[in-house]
Design a protein around this ligand. Structure first.
Ligand SMILES: Nc1ncnc2c1ncn2[C@@H]1O[C@H](COP(=O)(O)OP(=O)(O)OP(=O)(O)O)[C@@H](O)[C@H]1O
Ligand SMILES: [Mg+2]
Length: 450
């Protein structure tokens, strides 16, 4: 009886303490709150069966946000934060501009993972250094001590991995361009996808599978001892979708694009610097590679005086520099990079540049076939089938026309019949203008040029 009374008294004292703590934590100014929390925790820690881990936003180096903090923030935003009573909202600058909710300072949410309950709390420390209020936010993870091993080995690993993955998927992707030895970037917002590219379904599947296999290949590349990179050569006439496919690749894999303009790179050293400054999960693109590498040779043919003037600022990228760029340097900078060359004239390229191993996959993009046309009709006109399709199939079998030109004709949508008739009359026009076209075929380009 006497003992029971003591326990009851003790219980009500603790309850009062906890109540006062909660009130004070909410209404005390930051500076006082921090020191109060510390005192309170030291006093009660010996009674508590809980373990607590703190993840600070900044550790060591100032201005560099801790990777763990940022992964936890992302993880909680998409998993638990919505349960909090007070939330912070922000627009995430990704392609969809969605609203991201995270818990406000001094909130706590409960979460459960594989049957184990954990509590995440957020807060901030404020320290005054040189008249500047330095804010250091943190997350605190609280869990029962009997789950210590599970939390540290399994749960935290899960949170960090998952957080990083969500971050990659929802980040604002960027399109980098180079002016001399520096990259600058703009948001990358090209809407192209593999579904909207006009090409044979089988070829498309093959490319998509190849890309996905590459992106999941970290362990495989490590096992065979090769740098985690892959080279693609896209070739074909202008307007067949080479640049569009690069955008679709970046969208498929959520990679950034580095559009490398070789003509504004001074020399091989600058090229090396640019490559080293690229990040992983990116596609490095060199468009019209035939023009870019030929540059020095073209310059050499110019009149001597002109050449003298130009030599000061002319590009001194050499073929061997470029080959080194593709092979050797990769090993120096982490993995997960794709390099894409495009050209209109594959036959002009030096074989050394495009041999397998450097450019692993050669993809030809060509004139619009019937399969390609069906994709465009679906995208531009929302049309799966039409009685005029058979005539179009017949004509496309003989007349070369680029997907870009077909798209242009289908563009002024509104009336399906008019668009299809326009396409047919354009193709028939080629047959009429070019002698022998009906038997041996012809190209829309020929008519355009005439
Ligand atoms: N295969 C295709 N599927 C869908 N649209 C295409 C295709 N090819 C071209 N287009 C359309 O035509 C336009 C030009 O295409 P794109 O810039 O990709 O051609 P390209 O092959 O890169 O040409 P260039 O050799 O001149 O750089 C794009 O805006 C795109 O909408
Ligand atoms: Mg292009």
């Amino acid at each position: 009886m006497w003992k029971g009374e003591i326990f009851a008294q003790l219980g009500s004292i603790i309850a009062t303490f906890v109540f006062i703590k909660a009130i004070l934590e909410r209404y005390l100014p930051h500076q006082l709150r921090n020191s109060f929390q510390k005192q309170f925790q030291t006093f009660f820690s010996f009674l508590s069966p809980y373990i607590q881990i703190t993840f600070n936003e900044f550790t060591g180096e100032r201005f560099m946000q801790s990777e763990a903090y940022s992964a936890i923030e992302t993880y909680l935003s998409s998993n638990s934060s919505a349960q909090a009573k007070r939330l912070k909202a922000d627009i995430v600058k990704n392609s969809t501009q969605s609203l991201s909710l995270s818990m406000d300072d001094n909130e706590e949410v409960a979460a459960e993972f594989e049957g184990v309950k954990v509590y995440w709390a957020s807060g901030k420390n404020i320290s005054k250094t040189q008249q500047i209020n330095d804010e250091n936010r943190f997350y605190k993870l609280r869990f029962h001590k009997k789950h210590r091993n599970f939390i540290i080995k399994t749960y935290l690993d899960h949170v960090l991995k998952e957080g990083k993955l969500i971050k990659i998927k929802t980040r604002q992707r960027r399109l980098f361009t180079n002016s001399s030895s520096k990259w600058s970037h703009v948001p990358f917002e090209h809407p192209a996808t593999f579904q909207t590219i006009a090409m044979e379904p089988e070829k498309r599947r093959d490319i998509v599978n190849d890309l996905l296999k590459f992106s999941k290949g970290e362990e495989f590349y490590a096992k065979i001892g090769r740098a985690w990179k892959r080279g693609y050569l896209l070739y074909g006439p202008p307007g067949t979708g080479k640049s569009t496919m690069i955008a679709a690749m970046a969208n498929l894999l959520s990679y950034d694009i580095y559009d490398l303009e070789l003509t504004s790179v001074k020399d091989n050293t600058e090229l090396k610097k640019l490559l080293i400054a690229t990040s992983s999960k990116s596609i490095i693109v060199i468009e019209d590679i035939d023009c870019s590498v030929d540059l020095t040779a073209q310059r050499a043919n110019k009149r001597a005086d002109q050449e003298q003037n130009e030599s000061k600022n002319s590009s001194k990228i050499t073929l061997s520099g470029l080959l080194n760029f593709i092979d050797g340097l990769w090993s120096a900078c982490g993995g997960e990079r794709i390099i894409v060359f495009t050209t209109n004239y594959v036959e002009k390229l030096d074989p050394a540049l495009i041999r397998r191993g450097r450019m692993d996959k050669h993809i030809e993009l060509s004139y619009c076939g019937f399969e390609g046309f069906k994709v465009l009709a679906k995208n531009y006109l929302d049309l799966e089938w039409h009685y005029m399709f058979s005539r179009i199939e017949d004509l496309l079998g003989r007349i070369e026309i680029t997907p870009a030109d077909v798209a242009e004709i289908l563009m002024p949508a509104g009336n399906v019949e008019i668009c299809l008739k326009n396409l047919i009359s354009t193709l028939e026009g080629v047959e009429e203008t070019i002698p022998g076209a009906a038997e041996s075929g012809a190209s829309y380009n020929q008519v355009e040029l005439d």
